[in-house]
Design a protein around this ligand. Structure first.
Ligand SMILES: *[C@@H]1O[C@H](CO)[C@@H](O)[C@H](O)[C@H]1NC(C)=O
Ligand SMILES: *[C@@H]1O[C@H](CO)[C@@H](O)[C@H](O)[C@H]1NC(C)=O
Length: 382
């Protein structure tokens, strides 16, 4: 309860983003209200998926698959509680709607992008994404400085390393393999944006595949490092009013670090923001209409969120984005799962920011970049 104090306080101080404020999740009624709101958004997003099925890309399928995993996890938790049955039934309905849609979507991908699908097929399968059973916290003193430029990290290289890890190359390779090149790429410090989220994704997928040897012996250590940085970046995104180009990576960070078990990413005011981004007409997430687009207060910030041309990104004419929608539903699914588990028996599922925002944050201007060079202390020697 007391741990909810900070975000609620921030909520009161912040300008309203949404016609209503979410109730605190510490009563059954509050939980039910928030769950109902999230479900409404997810139901609409699923209708969008259904309407645009042939156009949804692989990232889109993965996002909805992660949502499916969360829905299943929530239902397992709620099966026993008769009070929550109506919501549980609604989740079951959504889950049963999703499964055949995703199956059909994969059939479309097989036709449109067979090579890419084959390489990433495991991540699109039911049961691949496993939810955290233990929650952990960000250690804010692990935040390392961003190094520019980051053009040594390309989506092609990152994909190649993921394929190696998944063991889906055509040469009959085994999962959990790692070249020196990929080890260096996936453990170098200094990344931000998608370079960073893909580094975390690499270790997440290794966890899903059960890779534990060699470098993967240290998976948790790298996940701690990367998610500390991702938390810092998300707080900066919040500080600049979630300018549109930052929203996609903001939600991707919640999606990945949430599955990684970092409960700090499930902050009430972030949930409120994400819920407000759905396009009411289409049910998708994507480029906001011009009038509600907030300009970043500080152009310097954008450097942290440079959105690369995402090779497989699908931007529809109406501003809907397959990738944006995928990260949104996956993140929202995580909020459902965190909410259901709140509060954990040991009271560990905090929704407070691990580090109180500095006064500068409160002013909404640029928080100082952490200058201490932590690279020496944590960096692999290369
Ligand atoms: C956080 O990280 C710092 C720097 O590595 C370390 O000294 C400290 O013990 C860590 N704190 C926790 C709670 O793990
Ligand atoms: C907040 O902004 C005001 C006006 O720019 C400034 O005077 C004040 O020092 C800032 N507060 C802090 C604590 O940085």
């Amino acid at each position: 309860m007391s741990s909810m104090g900070l975000p609620l306080l921030l909520l009161l101080l912040a300008p309203p983003l949404w016609p209503f404020s979410l109730p605190p999740p510490d009563t059954p009624e509050g939980k039910a209200t928030i769950t109902g709101l999230i479900l409404s958004v997810l139901e609409k997003a699923t209708s969008f998926l259904k309407k645009r099925l042939p156009e949804i890309n692989l990232d889109g399928v993965v996002g909805f698959r992660v949502l499916e995993a969360h829905l299943r996890g929530v239902q397992e938790e709620w099966a026993q509680d008769p009070q929550l049955q109506p919501l549980s039934l609604r989740m079951g309905t959504l889950q049963r709607k999703l499964a055949p849609l995703l199956h059909r979507s994969i059939v479309y991908l097989k036709l449109s992008d067979p090579e890419y699908l084959r390489e990433f097929q495991p991540t699109t399968q039911p049961g691949f994404w496993k939810l955290p059973h233990v929650w952990t916290h960000i250690n804010a003193s692990m935040v390392y400085p961003t190094l520019e430029p980051q053009d040594s990290f390309s989506e092609e290289q990152s994909d190649m390393c993921l394929v190696q890890l998944l063991g889906t190359r055509t040469d009959g390779s085994q999962p959990c393999r790692l070249s020196d090149f990929c080890r260096t790429l996936m453990t170098k410090l200094g990344c931000s944006g998608y370079c960073l989220s893909h580094q975390l994704l690499f270790f997440l997928i290794a966890r899903m595949k059960g890779c534990t040897r060699g470098l993967f012996h240290q998976s948790q250590r790298y996940m701690n490092l990367f998610c500390a940085k991702m938390m810092d970046l998300n707080r900066r995104a919040e500080a600049i009013g979630y300018a549109y180009p930052t929203r996609d990576i903001f939600m991707e960070n919640i999606m990945f670090c949430g599955i990684g078990g970092f409960s700090d990413f499930y902050q009430l005011q972030w949930l409120e923001a994400i819920l407000s981004w759905q396009k009411p007409q289409e049910g998708c997430f994507g480029r906001p209409d011009a009038e509600d687009e907030k300009l970043p207060k500080d152009i310097h910030h954008q450097q942290h969120y440079r959105i690369r041309e995402k090779r497989r990104e699908k931007q529809f004419a109406d501003g809907c984005s397959s990738h944006n929608t995928a990260t949104a539903v996956a993140a929202l699914g995580g909020f459902l799962y965190a909410l259901v588990q709140y509060p954990l028996a040991n009271g560990e599922l905090r929704q407070a920011t691990p580090v109180p925002p500095t006064a500068t944050d409160m002013n909404g201007s640029t928080p100082a970049i952490h200058q201490e060079d932590k690279t020496q202390a944590f960096g692999p020697s290369f």
